[in-house]
Write a protein that binds this ligand. Structure first.
Ligand code: FAD
Length: 468
């Protein structure tokens, strides 16, 4: 069966970028169609990314926190893990949010078409559902928001059900006794924290010299110390060279500075070595849209591709691959289409690893400032001097601010329990062009962790008097 519909705007892909773009376009009075290959909206983030991982990390943090409370006079027994119940809880959280998106689409009269979309021209998209039914969407404008997928490694037997990507890890198939996290980036470490709390022994292999490579060394140092207390072995400057699926387990041979002499046997291996854009799967060439060799689509600051009426947003257009970036880009694309003169030009896009402790940074890192030849100075407030951190046993954290030669804040980073929550203030300060005095003179509530942002600015000003 084939049918034809018309739209002022068609959005391809219903992740955070796509649904945000579609909703904003509809709110601006544009007749909007949202195309998604899966039956639920929300993309990677809501279904198999940000949200389910955070539901599990929330659980993991509670399990870990209570382990250490005996020193404070309260002892808990061993946790009883009911994997089916945890899975149901995670699915309920996801369902609540994806269901909400369905409702919001209806309320806004965004027409959702389910199926795989491919361009037929720069004015037409063809959508095929699983039963072979085709919907042809004739559009004036298109926004491509098809996101990304986990990178697969050629020497890894990805077909084996004990070899996982992040989606498989979130399925909670079983709790492996011994698990390897291949790749020491945010996604791998988050899932490592989850499985460690559930009882797995975790090894991590990372080919660079530090975990979470984009973050600054001084932030990652205390973080790595915390991870070492959770995980069995963190192998830096090391790579997995051979991965073999055998009856008794997945055998991994390592090479590099910290490689074990012999292959190590794991019950599961999580491959988390990054994500690749889905630009090559949508017949973009039929619309004349250029796609790079790696599958990215290039856009200008208004999110416009090389084809005037076609826009692209989200993971598909490049790093950082983060939901909040996709959302803002989606808004810009919809607003430009509606005739507004709007640009995507943020000073900061925060990055957060929701591990325990969390690692977060925004604006420039020291590495970037050095590369760009920007003069800067830093101020650090250690959480060992924070009343709140001491009260809640979270002293292994720190808050760092970076200032330029005019004392204007240009970057900030935090490591510590729930440290990501502090990025709101740091991001706003950078966007507003605050200097150290603005931050230091802002009265922060006591005792809070965000007080450490004000105190770091006071350290910079040299005006610090009493530590809380
Ligand atoms: P996606 O969310 O990838 O959505 C793209 C959509 O397009 C998908 O629904 C896909 O099915 C659909 N699609 C693709 N091709 C077609 C086609 N041809 N036809 C129809 N539909 C199509 N980011 C954060 O900011 N915070 C986090 O805490 C965080 N945690 C994460 C945890 C994990 C485990 C993972 C994997 C990712 C995480 N991310 C996080 C990243 C975040 O999920 C992505 O940056 C975000 O989802 C990107 O949004 P998007 O709209 O660009 O694309």
């Amino acid at each position: 069966m084939s049918k034809e519909i018309n739209a002022q705007v068609v959005v391809l892909g219903a992740g955070p970028g796509g649904y945000s773009a579609a909703f904003r376009a509809a709110d601006l009075g544009l007749d909007t169609v949202l195309v998604e290959r899966y039956s639920t909206l929300g993309g990677v983030c809501l279904n198999v990314g940000c949200i389910p991982s955070k539901a599990l990390l929330h659980l993991a943090k509670h399990i870990e926190d209570v382990k250490h409370m005996d020193a404070e006079g309260v002892e808990f027994g061993e946790p009883k893990i009911d994997l089916d119940k945890i899975r149901k809880h995670k699915e309920k959280v996801v369902g609540q949010l994806t269901g909400g998106l369905g409702q919001m689409s209806k309320m806004r009269k965004v027409k959702v078409v389910t199926g795989n979309g491919e361009f037929a021209s720069d004015k037409q998209l063809k959508v095929k559902d699983d039963d072979g039914n085709e919907t042809v969407v004739n559009f004036e404008h298109a926004i491509i928001a098809t996101g990304s997928q986990s990178i697969k490694l050629p020497f890894v037997p990805h077909d084996d059900e004990r070899v996982w990507d992040s989606t498989a890890a979130l399925e909670l198939r079983f709790i492996p006794d011994r698990m390897l996290v291949l790749g020491g980036g945010i996604i791998g470490l988050e899932m490592g924290c989850v499985y460690s709390a559930l009882g797995s022994k975790i090894d991590v292999v990372e080919m660079t010299e530090q975990l979470i490579p984009p973050a600054d060394k001084d932030i990652i140092k205390p973080f790595t110390k915390s991870m070492k207390s959770k995980f069995d072995n963190i192998m830096l400057n090391t790579k997995a060279a051979k991965v073999e699926a055998k009856k008794d387990g997945i055998h991994v041979t390592f090479e590099g500075d910290n490689a074990p002499d012999k292959p190590v046997k794991y019950d599961a291996v999580l491959v988390a070595v990054g994500r690749a854009p889905n630009g090559k799967k949508i017949a973009a060439d039929k619309a004349g849209v250029k796609v790079t060799d790696r599958g990215f689509i290039e856009v200008d600051k208004q999110m416009r591709t090389n084809v005037k009426n076609i826009f692209a947003i989200g993971d598909l257009i490049g790093q950082p691959m983060l939901a909040h970036k996709a959302v803002h880009e989606g808004h810009v694309a919809a607003e430009v289409i509606s005739g507004k003169k709007h640009y995507f030009d943020p000073k900061v896009i925060p990055s957060i690893a929701y591990t325990d402790p969390e690692v977060a940074w925004a604006g420039l890192t020291e590495k970037e400032a050095k590369e760009q030849g920007i003069e800067y100075d830093t101020a650090v407030f250690p959480w060992s001097a924070s009343g709140r951190a001491i009260a809640q046993g979270a002293t292994d954290g720190m808050t760092k601010l970076m200032f330029d030669k005019n004392n204007r804040i240009i970057g900030g980073a935090v490591v510590g329990s729930n440290g990501g929550e502090l990025m709101g203030e740091i991001c706003l300060a950078i966007e507003m062009g605050c200097d150290a005095e603005d931050i230091a003179l802002t009265v922060h509530a006591h005792p809070t962790l965000h007080e450490s942002v004000g105190l770091a600015a006071e350290v910079f000003e040299g005006s610090i008097t009493d530590l809380p």
